[in-house]
Structure formats: C-alpha cells, structure tokens
Ligand binder design. Structure first.
Ligand SMILES: Nc1nc2c(c(=O)[nH]1)N[C@H]1C(S)=C(S)[C@@H](COP(=O)(O)OP(=O)(O)OC[C@H]3O[C@@H](n4cnc5c(=O)[nH]c(N)nc54)[C@H](O)[C@@H]3O)O[C@H]1N2
Ligand SMILES: Nc1nc2c(c(=O)[nH]1)N[C@H]1C(S)=C(S)[C@@H](COP(=O)(O)OP(=O)(O)OC[C@H]3O[C@@H](n4cnc5c(=O)[nH]c(N)nc54)[C@H](O)[C@@H]3O)O[C@H]1N2
Ligand code: SF4
Ligand SMILES: [Mo]
Length: 732
C-alpha cells in the first residue's frame, strides 16, 4: 500500500528474542506485526505480546516528555530543565549525607535494553554507592551465585541443549506462558514438542499442572519450596545406585556424596509430596538417557533454598555426564560477550547496613531496600534512582516500599510510565519508544540455546530527544558531579577496552595500536560504536579472524539475524575457578546444607502461596493495552476445589500472610495441588494514571510476600511457599 514501509526488529518484550516484521504507515504507526519467517532463530514465531508491539509503543498513556513533580502535581518539562532538577536533587543529598545515602534500583527491562546493558555499570560507578539493587535479587541471583561458586563466573549459566536433548527435567518454569527464561529460545513450545517427536522424554515438576506440564510426558506435583530436597534425593540415588559418570574435571565429589546422605528418597518424600519410588525412577531415567538436561527456573529460585536448588540442578548435570556436552546443559557463546572476569567469583564481600545481608555481584538484596530507606543512621538511603523498575508491585512487602519511597528526599525514575513506583519520583525521564531505539540482546544471547546475533537499528529517527542510552549516560555524568558531554563516556569506555585488548597476550589484536583499531570502528552513535567494538573483538568477530567476521556492518547487512551454529562444549573457556576445575562442593553451599537439613523436620504450613505468569502479561507493565488484558489474563487466586470447600470459601476470600492481607477473587481448579494457592504478581494498579490498567486493577500479590524471608546465600526474595491463611469474606 502507498506510504507503507516494512521494518525488521527483534522483539524486546521477553527473553525469547523473536524477530518481528512490522508494517508502518506514512506516520510511522505500526499497522501489522508478524513473526519474521527469515529469522534463522525464531523462524516466524510470535506471541500475543509481540503482536502488541505497536500498541505498546503507541500507548497514549506512555510518557513522551520528562515530568517534574511539584507537591502532588505533575508538569511536563524540557530535558534541560529535568536534568537540571536531577543535578540539584542528587547534589543536595550528596552534600548533606554523602554518596553513601544514594541508591539505585534497576528493573527487568534494563536486562533487555542496550541502555541497561551498556550504561548501568557506568551509572552505578558514577553514583559511587554500594546501595545497588535490582530485579535480579527478586529473580535469578541464586543461579548466579551457584554458577559463580561452581565455575568461578556468575554469568556462566548452563542452558539445556533443547534442540538435541533426549530427556528434559524442568522444574519451576512455565515457558508456554513465559516463553522461557535464562534459556533464550524463541518458540520454546515448538522446541519442547520436538523433544517428544524425536522420541525423547520431557518431565515437568511444578505445584501446578501448567500448560507446559500439559505438553509433557509426565507432570509431578511438588510441595512449593522443596525442590532442593527432590534434587538432593536424585543425587543421593545416583550415588546409592552407582549411576554417576563424571566426565568433566571436578573437585568435591566425595563431599557431595556425604552431603546427600540425609536426603534419601524416602526421607524427602513427605516434605516434597513426591513418592520415593518416583524420585528413584527419575534418577534412573536421567542416568540412562543418552543425553539429558535438568533445568530449574523461577519457581526454584525465588524460594527459601533457592541457591541450593540451582546448585543441585548443575550437580545432577555433572553427575549424569551431561554438563558441557551435546544434548546436555551447555554454555552459549555470545557474539558480544561481557569482558572476561579476571578473578573467581565470591559472594558476601560486603553486607547490607541494616540486616547485614550478603552482597552478590555487587548488589544488595531488594528485600532489604525498605530497611535501608527507613532505618536512620549513617548511610540511610535518602535519594533513589530507578531505571525500568516497578518495585512497589514487584518486590516483596510492596506496600512497605510504597511508603518508604514517599519518605525519600529525592527520587528520579527512568520509565515509560507514571506508575505505582514512579509516582514517588521528583523527576521522570521517559525512554523513547522501541521503534526509535537500537536493539541488541547483550545479556540474553549469553543464555541462548543456539549461537546467534541480530541487531535492530532505530526505525524512526530520535529527533531532538535523547535515547535511553543517552539518558543513562547523562545521569552518570550528573551523578559524578561533572559537566562533560555524555558521548565522552563512550570514548572513554572504548579506549579503555581497546587498550586492554591489545595488551592481552594471545589475541589476534595483541600488540596492535588501539588508535588504529578505534579508527576502524563504525557507528551512528556511541552505543553503535561500542557494539561494533564488542562484536569485532568477540569470538565470531572480524578482529579475531573468525570466518563469520562479525562487525556492526555485517549485522546491518543481515537484518534477519545471523545463525552462529549449535552450542559447542566450552567449559574450559568459561571456568575461572582457582583450581581450574569445576568446584562441585564449594564451602558456602555445603554450609547451607545444614539449614536444608533442619528444614526437613519442619511441619509445612497448611496453605502456601505461589506465583504464576500469564501469557499476555509482563510483570507489572503491560496491563494498559486492551488486547492484553481481560479474558484469561485476570488477577485471580487459583485454589484446589477441595481446599475451597474445606475452608468454606466461595467467590472471594480474605488471604492473609505475615506481611499483609488482601481480598481476592477465587478461581477453583484441580490443576493446582491441594494446600497451594497461586496469585500472579504485577497487578494492583489502584493509583495508576494508566486508564486501561486502572480498569483491570487486580491486587498486588507482593503485599503478601514477606521481605523478611530471603534465600540465605544470595539474599534473593522468597515468593514461593509463603504461608497464608484463607477465610471467607464476611457477608453483610
Ligand atoms: N510475587 C512475585 N513477585 C515477583 C516475581 C514473581 O514471580 N512473584 N517475579 C520477579 C521477577 S522474575 C522480576 S524480573 C521482577 C520484575 O521487577 P521490576 O523490573 O521492578 O518490574 P517490572 O514490572 O518488570 O517493571 C518494569 C518497569 O519498567 C518500565 N519499562 C518498560 N520498558 C521500559 C524501557 O524500555 N525503558 C525503561 N526505562 N523503562 C521501561 C515499565 O513501565 C515498568 O515501570 O518482579 C519480581 N517480582
Ligand atoms: N508472559 C509473560 N512472560 C514472562 C514474564 C511475564 O510476567 N509474563 N516475566 C518474565 C520474567 S521477568 C521471567 S523471570 C520469566 C520467568 O519464566 P518462568 O521461570 O518460566 O516463570 P513462570 O511462568 O512464573 O513459571 C514458574 C513456575 O514455577 C512454578 N512453581 C512455583 N513454586 C514452585 C516450587 O516451589 N517448585 C517448583 N518446581 N515449581 C514452582 C509455578 O507454578 C510456575 O508454573 O518469564 C519472563 N516472561
Ligand atoms: S515470545 Fe517474547 S520475544 Fe517472542 S514475540 Fe512474544 S514477547 Fe516477543
Ligand atoms: Mo524476571
């Protein structure tokens, strides 16, 4: 049609990184969204969220200009004015309370954006504070801690080799709704179906018979929070029946055997709700399968023994001979990798001020952010920067954070919306729509089930407003107290990286002149120059002599993306432990086993709460598009009909935890196991200025979750297995 153009984009909305083909009209409004059939990774797959890409970009409630709050009122502001207000606000807090009183919270979309990937670290450094919080400690931090201790690198997260495995044991994940996490795999559903089609087996462990479980050969109900027990019992069985084969260089095999002794299948049966003979059978099947992978995700992370569970997942992958081998659990080889660590990971290098919770990867647990704001004393948080986060709805004890944020001296938020969290800010700086932003999945391609690269340049010019990368770079410059051009930051980072690369022995660029290399770089802005540098230096890069010869230009010449082949064994490249071996039984993990053992004897609560994800939601921020709300996308409490009857509940109920209380509509279903109820998070839009979201408000599940509970090793929030009581709503 006349005036229509086509644009190719990577969908930035979840971890599946699908290619999209968009049609735009003469005003650059999106008229159709389809899956990009020529994308070698996603091959045309698309979900309802991807199909709403245009609606999300064009949402009339999305902020387009900076907002400044004056008391209760908001007004639009120019970028200069907004940044000046930030300079003033942060400056005043630093002058009065020092940098120790600054804090930052980075939310989930910053793991997807170029801005988050490339500019968060400079911003954190510029703030000069240890009060660094992110959604990672409400999510996958246990996996990072486990990988850090096992392999030396917290980012060395093995992913199931989905397309080649003969046996997949999946715990606490529901990729039919989530489309996958820490396992980047477009068309996850199709890849799961293919396992069975090629004669393999797929087993799901979940307190709920999810849509994913519906696709599996076998679904096993498990008591929430007890995955570490099940996994230990599998380890126990592998030893007891002499079914293990370790074919990577590893320390600590005997320690694991000894540690697993108390956790025999019969000993854990009651705690897990799984019969001992089922556990033994699963262990035997894992050992007997030609190739197998164990994959545990959010249900196993946001739990009391989150890090132990993540550890045991990979212990089983090692004991069954499946770590780093085809069809097992393997490491991706991203085309634009993060710089290699020089020292092995350790956890708890410092602790939080109030509760003395451990640092992990330079972050403190979000479960203690409210403590840090509320508790007086030196280092009390007085100013907060939030980037792409909505912790009032996403962090535990959400209502406590809500009032804590109201008490801050200064807050600035980089966000698309005025919402439950950003309403407390003094200044909101909106990122441009996705169509005006470049996109490359720096973080997610490090967990991909196939090596792949794709860059989407902006489709619509930015005009005279900053990109999100420039917003963060400007905040970094302001926070550091300087007055430089933010582009200077990119040049500094590039020259630093090039100088390091030429000084590293054994690289094809070793000994070259960094200025010459800099002159070869191309790109329309600092972000593109950095991408060009990273892919050129990366394993498939032009500067490393690989036949793919990747560069920004090559990415631009291949807008559907570039397939870089199946995963290859590369443990030797990823390992950076002091011993040079896999550390199967690191001390901090072994020490935490005592806590697990003590828990074995504890009587479980009568009813516990878990979460769930919904296909057409994304945490808290996609409820303002009509096509995505309503129907099955509702905020209801799933409850087993037998529980509803026993407790005399009908219609709705009062649900109470140690942290709070809500009234929730009930959705009785036998797909959830007795004694377990499920409420999705991200709802509860009561104070929202987003009209559609406000009309589908729901309730905030994180009023019930309790920030006093954390996974001891990683400080991660506990969302699953929260004890609750249910009572009828009084009539009258
Ligand atoms: N009870 C319970 N709570 C949970 C979970 C659970 O399973 N159960 N899951 C947890 C998990 S895994 C996560 S990751 C967290 C998520 O926690 P958060 O990241 O804090 O929450 P989101 O809802 O993802 O918030 C995203 C924010 O970013 C804004 N945004 C969207 N796109 C962009 C962008 O491109 N740039 C910028 N600057 N802003 C943008 C949105 O408007 C929104 O305000 O929630 C956690 N909370
Ligand atoms: N549509 C949609 N997609 C999303 C998101 C979204 O909000 N909506 N969020 C994105 C984010 S931030 C993330 S981190 C990923 C997460 O992706 P997934 O890890 O796939 O997350 P969920 O779909 O919540 O699946 C978790 C499953 O764990 C189960 N579970 C709960 N407690 C336990 C337990 O103790 N043990 C076991 N074995 N299972 C348990 C739940 O019943 C649920 O089925 O999804 C991403 N994709
Ligand atoms: S699965 Fe994820 S990446 Fe793919 S279209 Fe849907 S939201 Fe986008
Ligand atoms: Mo997440």
């Amino acid at each position: 049609m006349k005036g229509m153009t086509t644009a190719l984009r990577t969908c930035p909305l979840c971890e599946a990184v699908c290619g999209l083909t968009l049609t735009l009209d003469a005003e650059n409004l999106v008229t159709t969204v389809k899956g990009d059939r020529d994308d070698p990774f996603s091959k045309g797959f698309i979900c309802p969220k991807g199909a709403s890409f245009g609606k999300l970009d064009e949402d009339p409630d999305r902020l387009t200009v900076p907002m400044i709050r004056e008391g209760e009122n908001w007004r639009e502001a120019t970028w200069d004015e907004a940044f000046a207000r930030v300079r003033e606000g942060l400056g005043a807090v630093i002058a009065e309370h020092t940098r120790k009183s600054l804090a930052i919270y980075l939310g989930n979309p910053s793991a997807h954006s170029v801005a988050g990937a490339l500019y968060s670290v400079p911003l954190i450094r510029a703030l000069g504070t240890r009060n660094v919080f992110s959604a990672s400690t409400a999510d996958q931090m246990p996996k990072h801690v486990s990988s850090g201790l096992l392999f030396g690198d917290p980012l060395a997260v093995p992913v199931p080799d989905l397309d080649r495995t003969d046996y997949l044991l999946m715990l606490g994940a529901n990729p039919l709704e989530s489309n996958g996490s820490l396992c980047t795999a477009p068309d996850f559903p199709g890849r799961l179906k293919a396992i069975r089609k090629r004669g393999g087996k797929f087993v799901v462990v979940d307190p709920r018979r999810t849509r994913t479980a519906g696709l599996a050969d076998e679904h096993i109900f498990i008591r929430p929070g007890s995955d570490a027990y099940l996994l230990f019992a599998i380890v126990h069985t592998l030893f007891a029946e002499n079914l293990y084969t370790v074919d990577v260089d590893a320390n600590g095999l005997d320690d694991i055997r000894i540690a697993s002794a108390p956790f025999g299948p019969a000993a854990v049966a009651e705690r897990t709700g799984i019969d001992a003979d089922v556990i033994v059978r699963i262990a035997r099947e894992l050992a007997a399968a030609p190739t197998a992978a164990v994959y545990g995700r959010i249900g196993t992370c946001t739990a009391e023994f989150g890090t132990l569970a993540q550890w045991l997942v990979d212990v089983i992958n090692v004991l069954t001979g499946n770590l780093d081998s085809r069809g097992g659990a393997m490491f991706a080889n991203p085309a634009a990798p993060a710089p290699k660590r020089s020292r092995p990971f350790s956890v708890g290098r410092w602790t939080s001020r109030v509760r003395e919770l451990p640092e992990a990867m330079g972050e403190l647990p979000v479960a203690t952010l409210a403590d840090e704001i509320e508790t007086p004393g030196e280092g009390q948080v007085k100013a907060l920067v939030t980037v792409a986060g909505n912790p009032v709805l996403s962090a535990p004890s959400g209502s406590r954070l809500d009032s804590a944020f109201a008490s801050l001296d200064f807050m600035v938020s980089v966000d698309r919306y005025l919402n439950e969290t950003t309403r407390h800010a003094d200044v909101i700086l909106p990122p441009p729509p996705s169509l005006q932003s470049g996109h490359y999945d720096f973080a997610l391609l490090g967990f991909a089930v196939r090596n792949y690269a794709r860059y989407s340049p902006p489709v619509v010019p930015l005009g005279d407003r900053p990109s999100e990368a420039e917003i963060l770079a400007t905040l970094a410059v302001i926070a550091s107290g300087q007055d430089a051009d933010p582009a200077f930051l990119d040049e500094l980072i590039i020259s630093d990286a090039l100088r390091k690369a030429v000084a590293t022995p054994g690289l094809p660029v070793t000994g070259r002149n960094p200025d010459e290399l800099r002159a070869e770089l191309q790109g329309a802005n600092g972000m593109e120059l950095r991408l060009d540098m990273m892919v050129r230096l990366g394993p498939f890069g032009e500067w490393t002599g690989h036949t793919q010869a990747l560069s920004l230009q090559k990415l631009l010449d291949n807008p559907h993306g570039i397939d870089l082949g199946p995963l290859e064994p590369r443990l030797h490249e990823r390992l950076i432990t002091a011993s040079g071996k896999v550390e199967l039984a690191p001390k901090p993990l072994l020490e935490d086993v005592e806590r697990l053992r003590a828990g074995l004897a504890e009587a479980p609560a009568e009813v516990v709460l878990i979460g769930r994800r919904q296909l057409r939601s994304n945490n808290s921020w996609m409820h303002n598009v009509s096509a995505l709300v309503g129907g099955s996308n509702k905020c209801t409490l799933l409850i087993n009909p037998a529980d509803a009857e026993r407790l005399g509940l009908d219609g709705s109920a009062i649900i109470k935890s140690a942290a709070g209380e809500l009234v929730v509509p009930l959705e009785p279903t036998d797909t959830i196991m007795p004694g377990v109820v499920s409420l999705p998070h991200g709802w509860g839009h009561k104070d929202s200025t987003q009209s559609v979201a406000a009309a589908h408000a729901g309730v905030n599940a994180n009023i019930l979750t309790d920030d006093s509970l954390v996974d001891a090793l990683s400080g991660n929030a506990v969302f699953n297995g929260v004890p609750v009581t249910l009572t009828p709503v009084a009539v009258g």
